[in-house]
Design a protein around this ligand. Sequence first.
Ligand code: SF4
Length: 393
Amino acid sequence: MAEPFSLYVHIPFCTAKCGYCDFNSYAGQDHLIPTYSQALVHEAQLWRSATAGRPVATLFFGGGTPSLTPLDDYGSIMAGLRSAFDIAPDAEVSLEANPGSVDEPYLRGLLDLGLNRLSIGVQSFHDDELRSLDRIHSAEDARQAFRAARAAGFDNVNLDLIFGLPEQPMERWQQSVEDALALGPEHLSLYALTVEQGTPLARDVERGRSPPTDPDAQADQYEWTQERLARAGYEQYEISNWALPGRRCQHNLTYWECREYLALGAGAHSYLDGVRFANAASPTQYLSLVEESWQALQAGGDNTPMRQVISGETITPPLAMSDTLILGLRLNEGVSLASFRGRFAVEVMDAFGERLQEPLANGLVELAEGWLRLTERGRLLGNEVFVRLLPED
Ligand code: SF4
């Protein structure tokens, strides 16, 4: 059977831009949503022949705030995707939703269109923390969004939370986790706040208007969380992700297991047929480039022009080996030495032994039962390992 791939659809629109956010997302451009939805359908058609015969195993609508897009537009987008691609009947189909932007009829409509997994961007169950993050919803909005998801019939729901906010006491984080657990989601994604360069938060920290994050406090919160969620029956399967048994996010596993995916939309990054490539980031530029490609396709060229793709790189074996380790080590199970050997015809330790020597000696990674994996301590300090595995120039 032809190798399946995953499909990601980027919806870059947000009501307001959060101070810590460095995603490709834009406030004040909602008027573009109908045209953008149409462009996604056209872009899907552009990829139709190149992906023919390969089933889509998972589909993920990420953002931005995908839940700002009206149901009618999702009706057109889903019909367009189904006409361009062979979406497997049992495909996991996820959508990111922000509290305050969804209600039960909307969510029921999404389920009717074939979406079956919801990821709610809660971030905190404290209103003052939400304000400090520039989030425009309240803790009660988050609870309501979860209840609406359940009432609509979603039985696979993730909650996103952020820990390690500046000067956040441990008890405040613990309370947010307890509030999340009280709702009983199938999946939790918990991220440490990072101060990304170029964001308003980074400028505030530089100018002393906001205290910096505290890595020691973040490590304490992370360790407590690992223990608490294990007790609650959630399996940690990735550095930032926990799930009830059988509820791991299949789409995100595609990335960590270094399998192929096609990404549609402004600024979307793909990895297909051994090439990594990116679309134009600006929604208006993306719209005009997709339109040009679409017109050219309609005019009947043999080669589909992909003008929206503005950069690309062929993944050489050394790059693919680095990616396989850096992404695979994020998973608790780590990287299978046998499958690495099967894919690259070389042993992990022959290719990377020298660079892994120190992390092995320092107890950040371990070799056990045919797997290379981060240790508990290594999960806290993953970047110290990953930086050594980057491709050499
Ligand atoms: S809602 Fe999400 S994507 Fe939009 S600005 Fe905030 S963090 Fe970024």
